[in-house]
Design a protein around this ligand. Sequence first.
Ligand code: GAR
Length: 197
Amino acid sequence: MLSLLVLISGGGSNLRALLEASSDPGYPARVIAVGSDTEADGLAHAEEFQIPSFTVLPTAFESRAAWGDELLAQIDRWSPDLVVCAGFMRILPPAVVTALAPRIINTHPALLPAFPGAHAVRDALAAGARTTGVTVHVIDEGVDTGPVIVQREIAVLPGDTEHELHERIKVVERELLVQAVRDIAEGLVDLKETAAR
Ligand code: GAR
């Protein structure tokens, strides 16, 4: 059984998809803890599923590195097999990435390397993209640059608002993330091999 620690910053619909999957005895991974960098709405999902959570606020620390050290200490308390950044909107300091790699993955609402960063859906619309998508990838020290595990394309429809397009992306994203974690748990995806690409 692969143990998961999920990091979130927002509504946590991807976290919820993993929590629901974890409730199925046939699913080979379990969420054991949830972490956040803010009082995220999505922490309510962890509470509902009786999964412990913690928040490490950057404002409580003198530097990004010090915040990262505390975040890593909180993660290490749970010794998770895999850390899943599911809408975690803060860039992790290099020391955190180095300590966890390659056991740390991210989901991103675009077809990387297109539209990295915090506003991927808005940027795709602004660029007039006809298609965008979702990427699940191993985290490296860059911003959304790590090796891709899986991607899925999604059409941009005429007149799409950022919210409409993002909600359509998230429907696919939840399914893709749950499947990617299953593939990692079942050994169909080898994170060391993926990270070495
Ligand atoms: C997801 O679409 C995720 O890919 C995105 O935030 C959303 C979180 O939704 N992450 C990024 O943009 C990271 N660069 P959720 O809180 O409902 O899971």
